[in-house]
Design a protein around this ligand. Structure first.
Ligand SMILES: [Zn+2]
Length: 448
């Protein structure tokens, strides 16, 4: 079989083109920026955007815990997370629309209610900005020019007046800098961390400052020293998403990508029917605010048991039209496009996690729910399980007692022993990885 080289330029170009062709609804207005993330499928030498999302907002912990109806709002509207939920929706759609066939274009239905993607299929991610958290922390000079020289990034082509030549440090400073104030150094007893520190030092020959993030380290981890320049952050830590006000329960996108590289991007629901994990083959970052070392550290080097390595590319031939800049504020809305047999195009309000046009007090109306919220994805998952007759074969049950409770989100999430074991192993390795309260997942799901 021909070995494909990742055509990251084409992947980025396809996502940017799809965005341009999309309607105005949900896009930033004048004076607003957002992050664009696409998931592109590679199959039979063709590349196709299957999920495209924008968004920068996420709900705080109290908002999530206090939700009137559990499982119906999007807790995390960062574009990476929406695009990934879009991918799950797309795979579910492929399964649901091909259930009566022995095989579909992209799937093989195999024995005992299991489904397998065609082995040649690959998924690639494009993001217009480095994923929040660890991938955004790297040494820079005050003017950042050496960084651009080192990476042969063209400094011209700044055609849309978004001042992208500004040092990213300034941009981060103006956003949400709430860092932990307990000073603590990197724990040098940890091999992983001292390697990371060496990397930082070798890179910091010219650097006198650190690109910063508002993403805070999770409980129990080494804290950011918040000192001058390079002493501001520690690297390699698990962090929650940046944001003002009450802290969120959602982990940074760098951490989520790390998890997807370890346990697959398919999640617990699809693991009930998929024969194999799905991994992202590559990620392309379309921003001059970029550092290869930081990306590899964040996505590939923090978990010693990780087997899959995601390829990382930097693309600067075309800048995302609504990219982050000093003179703009984040767009409060998010959008999602999923192509394929059951395509959807939706816009959400990041501050509520509901569809645009629906107030928080109306969340009891299912029309306000996103097609990719926990309840909706779970009810599609239930449909798949029932149609594949898995509930009759006991194929993926922990034990028979779970059977009557299958219409419960938590039960459905715990069905796949294999996936949950992998997740436990990953969490054990990532010592500070937080666990959410079970009660957040204990709610009923219905067939849609
Ligand atoms: Zn993020």
């Amino acid at each position: 079989m021909k070995k494909m080289v990742t055509d990251y330029k084409k992947i980025a170009g396809l996502c940017l083109k799809k965005y341009k062709e999309s309607p105005r609804q949900g896009k930033p207005q004048t004076g607003q920026w957002t992050v664009l993330v696409g998931i592109v499928m590679e199959f039979e030498d063709k590349l196709e955007v299957i999920s495209l999302a924008t968004g920068t907002k996420c709900l705080s912990g109290p908002e999530r815990i206090g939700a009137k109806i559990p499982g119906v709002v999007l807790n995390d509207c960062h574009a990476e997370v929406l695009a990934r939920r879009g991918l799950i929706y797309w795979i579910q759609g492929e399964i649901l629309s091909n259930l009566n066939q022995d095989a579909s274009k992209y799937l093989n239905f195999i024995t005992e209610g299991k489904v397998k993607l065609k082995p040649e299929i690959k998924f690639h991610m494009y993001s217009s900005f480095p994923p929040c958290g660890d991938a955004t922390i790297f040494p820079i000079t005050k003017d950042q020019n050496h960084l651009q020289d080192e990476q042969s990034i063209p400094v011209e082509n700044n055609t849309n007046g978004t001042e992208n030549n500004e040092p990213p440090l300034k941009k981060f400073k103006q956003s949400n800098d709430n860092v932990e104030d307990t000073p603590n150094k990197i724990d040098k007893t940890e091999n992983k961390e001292s390697d990371i520190e060496k990397t930082l030092l070798s890179e910091s020959r010219y650097a006198n400052d650190l690109n910063r993030t508002g993403a805070k380290c999770v409980e129990g981890s080494v804290k950011d020293p918040a000192g001058e320049g390079l002493e501001y952050h520690v690297v390699g830590q698990v962090r929650t998403k940046p944001g003002r006000g009450d802290r969120t329960l959602s982990l940074s996108c760098s951490d989520k990508i790390l998890k997807w590289n370890n346990v697959g991007i398919q999640g617990s629901l699809l693991s009930n029917v998929l024969e194999e994990n799905i991994y992202l083959t590559s990620i392309t970052i379309g921003s001059t605010c970029f550092n290869m070392e930081a990306c590899h550290r964040a996505f590939n080097k923090r978990c010693s048991t990780q087997k899959h390595t995601i390829q990382v590319f930097n693309y600067n031939e075309e800048e995302f039209v609504d990219c982050k800049s000093d003179d703009k504020v984040p767009c409060p809305d998010s959008s999602l496009l999923v192509t394929g047999a059951q395509s959807i195009r939706e816009t959400y309000v990041g501050g509520t996690g509901l569809r645009q046009g629906w107030a928080k007090k109306r969340m009891d109306n299912p029309k306000s729910w996103s097609s990719i919220c926990q309840r909706k994805l779970a009810s599609r998952s239930l449909q798949i399980l029932e149609k594949l007759n898995i509930n009759k074969t006991d194929n993926c049950y922990n034990n028979k007692e779970t059977n009557p409770n299958i219409k419960n989100y938590k039960t459905l999430k715990l069905l796949s022993n294999e996936y949950n074991n992998q997740k436990q192993k990953f969490k054990k390795e990532m010592k500070t990885w937080p666990s959410k309260s079970d009660s957040l997942y204990n709610f009923p799901i219905e067939n849609s």
